[in-house]
Design a protein around this ligand. Structure first.
Ligand code: ADP
Ligand code: MG
Length: 232
């Protein structure tokens, strides 16, 4: 995947350089060369777009990815994976899980990736010695009576601006110098593919992301002893 992105980027860089040189020198008065470069650049950009769209679509869970899993373990695993960054910024991590969380059925790898995306954003946004809070709760009567799982992650740090609140989940939206702006777009895609929803908001504790996943899909899987939910 990294190759599929890096190769067109490298070629775009080279072409941009050539374009710059040919514009600066007088070797291309009719712009014929420049036109040729621009044509190849457009193709490379289309190639990149295809790769990225595929990346986003990959979030749709495939049949065999659904499995029984525990919320606490996935959260623990994401904290381990981000451990180095958490320590480097000396962040305090508070985890508050309800004690009636049921076992879930979901695409563990995808959910882990979603959690990690939010966690890493939180780590990047939090100040030195800051704080990350992760909570999970179970609402048995929501979600059409099948229950809903809520996972919330907040970090202290600067509040989201109105612009960020509007655009944060859009692909390519980033305010970081070397950001790609795909983390939250992919995360949202993952939560949606589980029939859930995700929101971002400012709270007293800082910026909070909240994902709610209804149990309806996974209950159905479980009842039918099939690991893929019926697609409707
Ligand atoms: N916890 C957060 N606090 C403040 N801003 C955030 C937070 N998480 C995300 N953002 C904003 O949302 C943008 C998009 O995030 P994301 O999709 O992960 O892309 P990236 O991290 O590459 O910028 C970020 O550039 C930032 O502006
Ligand atoms: Mg990110």
């Amino acid at each position: 995947m990294a190759h599929a992105i890096r190769n067109p980027l490298a070629s775009l860089r080279g072409l941009t350089q050539l374009l710059e040189e040919s514009a600066a020198g007088k070797s291309d008065p009719d712009g014929v060369e420049a036109q040729r470069f621009a044509g190849v650049m457009l193709k490379e950009i289309d190639r990149l777009n295809t790769v990225v769209s595929r990346l986003l679509n990959f979030s749709a869970p495939s049949r065999d990815e659904w499995k029984r899993s525990r919320v606490a373990e996935v959260i623990q695993r994401s904290l381990e994976l981000a451990g180095h960054q958490l320590r480097r910024k000396n962040l305090e991590v508070r985890v508050a899980l309800a004690d009636d969380l049921p076992p879930v059925v979901w695409c563990e790898d995808k959910i882990l990736q979603a959690m990690l995306n939010i966690l890493i954003n939180g780590v990047e946004a939090a100040p030195e010695d800051g704080r990350i809070t992760i909570g999970a709760a179970w609402y048995p009567h929501s979600g059409g009576g099948h229950g809903e799982l809520e996972i919330a992650l907040s970090n202290n740090g600067p509040a989201l601006t109105a612009e960020q609140l509007r655009q944060i989940f859009l692909p390519y939206y980033t305010t970081k110098e070397s950001g790609v702006g795909l983390g939250l777009a992919i995360t949202q895609q993952i939560i949606l593919s589980h029939g859930g929803r995700i929101t971002a908001e400012n709270t007293r504790e800082g910026v909070r992301f909240r994902a709610v996943i209804p149990a309806r899909l996974w209950m159905e899987c479980w009842r039918r002893r099939a690991w893929s939910p019926r697609r409707s």
